[in-house]
Design a binder for this molecule. Sequence first.
Ligand code: PHB
Length: 363
Amino acid sequence: MNSQISLFSSIQLGNVPLKNRIVMAPMTRNRAEKGNVAGELIRKYYTQRAGAGLIITEGSQISSQGVGYPNTPGIYSEAQIAGWRKVVDSIHAAGGRVFIQLWHVGRISHPSLQPNGALPVAPSAIQPAGETVTYQGMQPFVTPHALELNEIQSIIEQYRQAARNAQAAGFDGAEIHAANGYLIDQFLRDKTNHRDDHYGGSIENRTRFLIEVVEAVVTAWAPGNIGVRLSPENTFNDIADSNPQATFNTACEKLGKYGLAYLHILEGVMLQHGKHRLDYRQFSDRFGGLYLANNGYTRQSAQAAICEHRADLVAFGIPFIANPDLVERFKRNAPLNEADRATFYGGDEHGYTDYPFLDKQQV
Ligand code: PHB
């Protein structure tokens, strides 16, 4: 028997059996239909990529307040649940598995995207530097409304309900998006969290919101169907922490108590592979469960990470945009299509479902 594990080995991910360890990373593509519904175009896109051991969908907002960009899908209305149901059924029929990513952007929004033009919300009233994408083009970020304690509780309830909705839509599981400068990350890191109550200050307090969200979601579903994504040193969305190793060591140790399906970490800074300052082994050791690594891995570096037990699974982003049959290409060591950055965010099927397969493919 060959006991050598590889990217192509199957794995039991919590409650979900996967045919290989190649994961499609969550990526915002801004192609949802009216009402933030995942429609036919999104169904086709993900079904084309069902060769992945696991697809993690683009971030999907848990409430109308959780939205941060035009045309992103949600998982809070009946129409959104019905839209996702068709996507999930189609992925399953093609032999794939899929987790939805549960998203609340916090301060990374704009009043023009919010219900009744309200201010975006955050742990503290700190305006992010820079501008954001709206239906009216780029606009400066605003100073968000600092959440009151009762408002924090209602957002935790929205996560719980979103997990129930995802289960009703037939998803295999849900990933809690706690990375990349969005709401949960805004609580975790001390540049964005200046609260003086039990959600701010100490690392213990800053990890409280994440843990309360996890507890709500795992009781609504089951720990073996839930993953969490973190990005301890990513600076995207004007975020930082004065001691990320300590902050995220604590977060990972706490997450390790729940028997979650996996911990997913964006290592280093988004789109800059191989420039890590932190010790990621400390995070995965403290978590203790399956570790899904991400950020700029190649076929070769991913294979090495799996064989050397530095990761249990590897998530690929941009290569999956341009190569619907990425797993097959990796198996054959075939050349990859180049991704067209101009069509990453928004638009139609161009640069979305029209990348060529090695072999003819119908979905
Ligand atoms: C993006 O829109 O570029 C984006 C969205 C969600 C992420 C990261 C990047 O987690």
